[in-house]
Design a protein around this ligand. Structure first.
Ligand code: WQD
Length: 344
């Protein structure tokens, strides 16, 4: 069993839910986070939700000046593996600042590899994305789908997957899971941790939630002339707590199997819901009006993508359990009880 785990980006939206899940399962954690898009308050609340042993290292994995410190901390912690979530993740920003995306995302992954080499813990669960599939596949997409990300953010995910594959070739002792997330939404049912985006949200759910709570006037629905049920985009929304559980399942799988090598696994529900269906569900859950207007298509969007999640079930014994209504109810509770997120 791998019980001493580094979680990079552990204070972030997905990371905080992963930490609560792992602590509840009795793992000890070393969180490495620079708080560039997260808050120390999230770590406090992780500790409030789950007992257990947490160390925190405030460090930027992409900063060469902090590399030795990070390696020392991993060695001191005697890490047996890592869940790697740290990185930049805004698609639009990655188009205007590609070098920053490559430097930070690839550099962080390399530092983590060095840190694990120092401890001998050759096990990585990587936060990849369905974005690696690009726009070339018919849904449901399985893991043999054609790869072709369409922006620098997506390419950093793709390149890191490939880098980890090469690492395994160089030393078959390395065990790797590339988890390809579909659209993570929702929040912990306690309402204590959730997504706290900087500035104007890019993604659908945080935007809807801010409209529902009165922070923004109305949602813009990007396109109603796609070839889908109601003309709006269709996505595979997955509850962040189901997603978190998927990381633990992957970790346990890697630790258990003698020679699993590199596995690529979709984490999705297998169900596609349209933007307007998501708006209607959120309206029901919040009992608030969600004004919207139809706007032009957003550049780079595709009509429809949802997962074939069978491999996760067969390999990891994992399936998503929470419904769209659960996702909306939990996302709304978090938004209502923390209207400005974690605050200053
Ligand atoms: C979903 C649908 C929009 C906002 C992106 C990244 C992906 C991943 C998750 C990130 C689309 C529509 C959205 C709005 C809208 N990575 N929409 N009005 O684009 O599927 O995936 O986020 O970390 O890599 O590409 O998610 O939530 O942005 O959009 O109508 O204000 O909602 O057009 O159809 P997407 P999303």
């Amino acid at each position: 069993m791998a019980d001493r785990i580094i979680v990079t980006g552990g204070a972030g939206y997905i990371g905080s839910h992963v930490c609560v899940d792992l602590l509840s399962a009795g793992k000890s954690l070393l969180i490495i986070d620079d708080f560039s898009n997260s808050s120390p308050e999230a770590v406090r609340r992780i500790q409030e939700l789950a007992e257990g042993d947490i160390r925190l290292l405030k460090s930027d994995l992409a900063d060469p000046a902090q590399r030795e410190r990070i390696i020392d901390a991993a060695r001191d912690f005697r890490a047996q593996g890592a869940i790697h979530l740290a990185g930049l993740k805004a698609v639009g920003e990655s188009v205007t600042e590609p070098e920053r995306y490559y430097r930070v995302n690839l550099g962080s992954a390399l530092t983590l590899i060095d840190a694990l080499k120092a401890t001998g813990g050759k096990l990585i669960v990587f936060s990849s994305s369905a974005t690696v599939y690009g726009d070339r596949n018919k849904s449901p997409v399985d893991e043999t789908g054609l790869l072709g990300p369409t922006n620098p953010y997506g390419r950093t995910k793709y390149f890191i997957e490939e880098m980890l594959r090469d690492l395994h070739v160089s030393d078959p002792g390395w065990k790797i899971a590339n988890l390809r997330y579909f659209n993570p939404v929702g929040a912990h049912p306690s309402g204590r941790i959730g997504e706290d985006p900087n500035g104007v949200p890019n993604n659908l759910f945080p935007y809807i939630a801010q409209v529902a709570v009165g922070r923004r006037e109305k949602l813009r629905v990007f396109g109603d002339d796609y070839d889908t049920r109601d003309g709006t985009g269709v996505r595979d929304f997955i509850h962040v707590c189901d997603l978190a559980r998927g990381h633990r399942a992957a970790l346990d799988h890697l630790a258990r199997e003698k020679a699993p090598g590199v596995v690529d696994v979709n984490l999705g529900t297998g169900l596609g819901y349209s933007v307007l269906e998501a708006v209607a569900a959120f309206k029901r859950a919040s009992n608030r009006d969600i004004p919207y207007e139809i706007a032009p298509r957003r550049e780079g969007d595709i009509a429809e993508i949802y997962a074939n999640p069978s491999k996760a079930k067969a390999l990891l014994g994992w399936t998503a359990e929470k419904s769209l209504d659960d996702m909306c109810a939990d996302h709304w509770r978090w938004q209502r009880e923390n209207p400005t997120g974690y605050g200053e």
